[in-house]
Design a protein around this ligand. Structure first.
Ligand SMILES: [Zn+2]
Length: 142
């Protein structure tokens, strides 16, 4: 709960759920399958995954910077916001978009499981679970 407050606190009044944050049914054609792989299969979650807001570009430095990939601002352009929805920059490459999605889903999974989204990526899941998800996504043609 403390982490949630901190994240929302950093974002101030912009922390309301955006109207264009949608579930996978209203996202990209591959999105529900990717979420089933990452969220349900690998993270073993049965709760509802966060909504996704696909946007053009995310200037990480002006947002919640520690949720961006260091040194890749704004190229990867994604960041994580709270537990109810995530924002991702649209990517031309589906696999790139899918691995960005699984990355942010892991933040939400950790936040909901431990109360800490692990913004600095120090937990072992980043080196074990996430590469396994990405490999599975690739093998699935996503
Ligand atoms: Zn991250």
């Amino acid at each position: 709960m403390r982490s949630l407050f901190l994240i929302f606190g950093l974002l101030g009044c912009g922390a309301t759920l955006p109207v264009d944050a949608t579930d996978c049914e209203h996202g990209f054609a591959w999105q529900c399958e990717a979420e089933a792989i990452a969220w349900n299969q690998f993270m073993a979650r049965t709760d509802t995954p966060p909504l996704v807001q696909w946007i053009g570009s995310v200037p990480c430095a002006n947002r919640n910077g520690n949720m961006c990939i260091p040194g890749e601002d704004p190229a990867m352009g994604q960041y994580f916001l709270g537990s109810e929805y995530i924002q991702l920059a649209r990517q031309d490459n589906t696999h790139t978009a899918a691995i960005n999605l699984s990355h942010e889903l892991l933040h939400v999974h950790l936040l909901r499981s431990t109360g800490d989204a692990d913004g600095n990526h120090v937990r072992p899941e980043w080196k074990t679970m996430l590469p396994a998800i990405d490999k599975f996504l690739m093998a699935s043609g996503i």
